[in-house]
Ligand binder design. Sequence first.
Ligand code: ZN
Length: 178
Amino acid sequence: MKENVDDGIELEIREYSDADFFPEQCPHCKSSHIKRLSYRMREIQDLGTPRICRRIHYERVYFQCTECKEIFTILHPLIPIGTRFMPGVIDYVITRVLKKGDSIRRVWQDLKELHLVKVSKSTVQRWVNEHGNRNYLPIDLSEETPPPNFSGFLSLDGTFKSVKVKKNVKKNDLSPAR
Ligand SMILES: [Zn+2]
């Protein structure tokens, strides 16, 4: 989907949904009777160009087992939990700062002006610090607002049990169109 916004900048939106990976069975009782319960739409920023602003519209789906009534989520293969940025944005920062030796300020400015990613400098700093330590992927659970009767399948310490996704999804289908 493409739209023109002001200054001749094109807005390129891709839509992803957890419903594309409908769970085969309940992680609690293994029943295959599962329904879609509710969802939250989230906007995630991706690396654009000076003329193309790239955003993902991501539908986070809460599923419910109709046998045991437990509510659970899945781990989407392309979208890390709780993120507001696609992994490619973070990779870009890490490569430029840690491999090319560019300054955080410079990379932050380029993100904003050349790639149309809105991010605070402190967030960029945090990505660099976290990657400098170990290959730690930031998980920000504050973005998750589960429904009141959520079973806690996504546990508070950030560990996440993924639910098997359908096997007939080919790897190629997952790679974003360029
Ligand atoms: Zn169940």
